[in-house]
Design a protein around this ligand. Structure first.
Ligand SMILES: [Zn+2]
Length: 171
């Protein structure tokens, strides 16, 4: 899943969590949940991956800054912690590009790879997730309590019996 959507989900989690460490850990957990639901990906080679990953990474950083600024003062630290945790597992991508290796243990990388449910035709899934996770759809903006979603709930559309493709390593 796009890191921008991981960041958005981390902001939602952080806005709904009172303490920094749980927000960070729930953010990490949300990453693996979102990567396991059907999403866009399975690129044809490195150039195509970079075409998506670079703007996505920059957008994710911009969203992190915006959400930190938008968060109510009392929630700013937990929102930031949630976003940092949610984005953390994807640090393997820039790390591989710049340093040639993942910073995580092999078991983590392996789990991160096998849970991916990616297909190249699913860009609309990412848009739906972004819409659901962004203010005012879901994000960290204060609104009616009834509009809040439960923490950790996947915001993407239900899987439509999509075939699983094990030949992926990106997400
Ligand atoms: Zn991932």
């Amino acid at each position: 899943m796009l890191v921008t959507n991981h960041v958005l989900s981390g902001a939602v989690i952080g806005a709904m969590t009172r303490r920094i460490v749980p927000a960070f850990l729930l953010g990490i957990a949300s990453h693996f949940v979102l990567d396991a639901v059907p999403h866009w990906g399975n690129w044809e080679g490195r150039p195509h991956f970079m075409e998506v990953a670079v703007p996505d990474g920059l957008a994710g950083l911009a969203v992190m800054g915006a959400m930190t600024a938008l968060a109510p003062r009392g929630r700013r630290a937990t929102v930031l912690a949630g976003m940092a945790g949610a984005a953390l597992p994807d640090l393997d991508k820039p790390s591989k590009v710049f340093f040639g290796r993942s910073p995580f243990p092999r078991a983590v990388d392996r789990l991160h790879k096998v849970i991916q449910d990616e297909a190249p035709h699913r860009f609309k899934y990412e848009l739906a997730a972004a819409a659901a996770l962004s203010p005012p759809g879901g994000g960290s903006r204060r609104g009616p309590a009834g509009a809040r979603r439960p923490a950790g709930a996947p915001q993407t559309p239900a899987p439509a019996a999509a075939p699983r493709d094990p030949a992926t390593g990106i997400g």
